[in-house]
Design a protein. Structure first.
Length: 368
């Protein structure tokens, strides 16, 4: 079995980068860790690979405790963001390098490299050197070197983050279809939320010291435990508005300071938030839950806010509009066929049943 278990992993003492982290990645599972740059994602991979030493904790793969093993004895393979290819070697020799290190038979090496090259569609590149191929081809070469090693755990460190959009999409599709990744445990780190939601069987959002929420992509996106999680899943980013909850009885409303921005809290949400009356909160509103109304259009079940356009970007599949709504800037997604001019009046329909409410001090989701 290739299950990977991490228990109480620590790196650093006074200000630990990794602080008592626990994680289990099952055999055949593609687990994605998402989080901002510099939060410790790569450090976690390097600890698993043995390239850095943990101050405390345990790492096991199956029944084997690998915590104290040197890197070359660990049944893991890591693909780096920078490719880390040998510039003086051909694509073939780069892919073959872990097998050469094991002193495998030449015929067996050639068969294994050819199999991986065919899988990744780089057979025609085997005689080329890294300086002669594209970024996407270099990434496939680095991935091939990882696959050919046939480890029990794959570690992928932002492997496609700096490639162009077309190649990123193509490689994401390839990750979905590679059977080799379904025979092992795979840990993939990225700062790109769309990669996390697209690829992960489960995802983990990494904050200071460790994972702050783990679950399915849908679960974490729809039910973020904290404002930090909500802010790191979604593009454009969630609208976060400092506000307070007022009203009496079941008649609750949200108001943002002395601005003109506010809306009623209805139904079950009013009952759930009754204990937070007069509390300061951060209201979280995803851009896709704000509809820009056309002239005369109604929006039953929504709260309509008047505003005017500050910024509009046409992005092909949709548009991104930033509007001043009563002194608060709100970002909304729009249909691609509509264009907006700076200063143009707009009516924004807010889905109040999709609003998040976070404690202004702790950042905790008040509805969970």
């Amino acid at each position: 079995m290739a299950r990977m278990q991490i228990e109480g992993l620590c790196k650093g003492w006074d200000f630990p980068v990794i602080d008592r982290l626990d994680l289990t990645v099952e055999e055949g599972e593609f687990f994605v860790i998402v989080g901002p740059s510099g939060i410790g994602k790569t450090t976690l991979l390097r600890l698993i690979a043995g390239l850095e030493t943990a101050n405390a904790g345990r790492i096991a793969i199956g029944d084997q405790d690998i915590t104290a093993l040197p890197p070359y004895k660990r049944p893991v393979a890591m693909t780096f963001e920078s490719y880390a290819l040998y510039p003086h070697l051909s694509v073939f020799e780069n892919i073959a390098s872990p097998l050469r290190a094991r002193r495998m038979d030449t015929a067996a090496i050639r068969a294994a490299v050819n199999e991986v090259a065919e899988l990744l569609r780089i057979e025609a590149l085997l005689d080329s050197r890294p300086g002669e191929i594209s970024g996407g081809q270099k990434q496939r070469t680095a991935l091939g070197r990882t696959l050919v090693a046939k480890p029990r755990v794959f570690l992928l460190d932002e492997p496609i983050s700096h490639l162009d959009a077309k190649i990123r999409h193509e490689l994401r599709q390839q990750f979905h279809s590679l059977e080799e990744l379904r025979r092992v445990a795979t840990l993939y780190v990225t700062h790109d939320y769309s990669e996390a939601l697209s690829l992960g069987d489960r995802i983990g959002v990494m904050g200071r010291g460790g994972l702050v929420q783990v679950g399915s992509a849908r679960e974490v996106f729809m039910r973020p435990r904290t404002l930090f999680v909500a802010e790191h899943l979604g593009q454009p980013a969630i609208n976060a508005v400092a506000a307070h909850i007022g009203g009496e009885g079941a008649d609750l409303h949200v108001r943002a300071g002395n601005s003109g921005f506010g809306f009623p809290i209805g139904g079950t949400r009013a009952a759930a938030l009754s204990g937070a009356r007069h509390a300061r909160v951060t209201v979280g509103i995803r851009p896709q839950h704000i509809k820009v109304l056309r002239n005369g259009e109604d929006a039953p079940g929504h709260h309509v806010i008047e505003g005017h356009v500050e910024i509009y970007e046409a992005l092909g599949a949709n548009g991104v509009l930033v509007a001043d709504a009563g002194g608060i800037s709100l970002t909304a997604l729009t249909s691609p066929e509509h264009a907006f001019a700076h200063g143009q009046p707009v009516r924004l329909a807010l889905r109040t049943d999709a609003v998040f409410y976070f404690d202004s001090e702790t950042g905790d989701n008040l509805l969970l």
